[in-house]
Design a binder for this molecule. Sequence first.
Ligand code: TEU
Ligand code: CA
Length: 533
Amino acid sequence: MTALWWQTCVIYQIYPRSFQDTNGDGIGDLSGIARRLDYLVSLGVDAIWISPIYPSLMVDFGYDVADYCNIDARFGDLTDFDDLLMQAHRRGLKVLLDFVPNHSSDQHPWFVESRASRHNEKRNWYIWRDAAADGGPPNNWISDFGGSAWQWDEVTGQYYYHAFLKEQPDLNWRHPAVQAAMYDVMRFWLDRGVDGFRIDVLWHMVKAADFPDNPPNPTYRFEMGEMHRLLQLHSTDQPEVHRLAAEMREIADGYGARGQGDRVLIGEIYLPVDRLMHYYGGERPEMHLPFNFQLIDTRWDARSLATVITNYEAALPPGGWPNWVLGNHDRPRVAARRGQAQARVAAVLLLTLRGTPTLYYGDELGLSDVMIESSQVRDPRELREPGLALGRDPVRTPMPWDDSENAGFTNAKPWLPLHADWPTRNVARMTQDTQSILALYRRLLALRRACPTLSIGDFVLLNVEDDTLVYERRHDAERMIVALNLGERQHRLQLPDWARGSRLLLSTIEDAALVEDGAVLLGSNEAVVLKAS
Ligand code: TEU
Ligand code: CA
């Protein structure tokens, strides 16, 4: 096969508010990202995905878009964006934007018009319904952020639907004018030269036409958050979404000198694997990469991981390209979930599985979640259902660059506090330390770049025993072995005959494993990559 860039690349997610501030307002900006491009090149990633940078009221920190075709002044302007794009491309880095089609801000001119009167030309651009017979909401649907998903509008006497905050009304994607307007938004950025989009909540975009009640979730527990009281059977993952996804794909495929394969679409979809697979498309292609979040949610033991990987590989449709994600701006960080020692093992896993990996900024430093005092909480998710650990501020804190004031992130007060360990856990310091997790990430990324087997080679599960997981990656004549120790105990692993005489390419620990007599001695929390031939 001839691999395409989005198949061999490693994607790095930037949460722009927290990457690098350059104008002293305590909030990261586009010039800040531009200033740090050389870091990203030296790290060894190939593409960046930037969370939303459009004009926004920042009620949901950019996921409430007030203008799809501009840049929020806090981040810069279109000239800064073009400059960033040019500088990234000059360094061979691809740039992906976050496309938020499911909902806009309630301050978007479209919604301002839509709510002005029942007869407004844009009324049907959003989802308006009469009250139920008792005056209550039209059905029982719950917002992902808790509470009814319906907001009463006094002026026009109807409810509108919002899957997230009331400040984020859902667009009505059944309306052809909405489709046309949003496809133009995609073209606006693709014409400017962006290399693709991560598409926000793709599976939410179409709702059942007759808005039936959602059924109760039999496994609901209070700690899960109110949204889980119901199964989102009718409010998400409707068959009609697939035509829209295919149309988006057709737009993306229409771009680029190299034609098909030049621009990439990644769908944010939280669904079980069998449902997820539909988003690769059927007759017509849809997402290049429907995000695979299973490494975030799975139990962290050898058997569970092996099951997740083999089931996912087996479920992929013909031609469907795999992808793996360890963390993002909505979920606890890998270091917080698994601890520092296993964060290193997780790095090896992420970067030696078949398919496209996405790395969340700061995870390469082992950055952990930051405890946020209740007076400093910014995330509406936390404010609406406090105390359930659903808030996302802890994973969105500033990137620690060096040991100067405010970790080199800003010369003002950062919008969220830094992790207390920033004086030592920062890019400058960890670059000097050959045993740091940052150094490990650099070695892994370099190895992956040098050995296509690690990105595109076949995956073969070799062994799952106690705390150890061993797999092979194979491409043409090259065969590599990855062995992970998910636990504290040492293990002696017998290698298959063909792998006798394997060479150790990389280990997560200083006293690297011994390979002798056709066996590997795997230390506590150690992961290794071997080359057999
Ligand atoms: O997140 C979607 C998402 O994670 C939810 O559907 C999830 O079920 C919910 O957060 C439960 O806590 C995307 C963005 O990544 C997120 O930052 C936005 O807040 C959200 O969509 C709305 O745009
Ligand atoms: Ca700034």
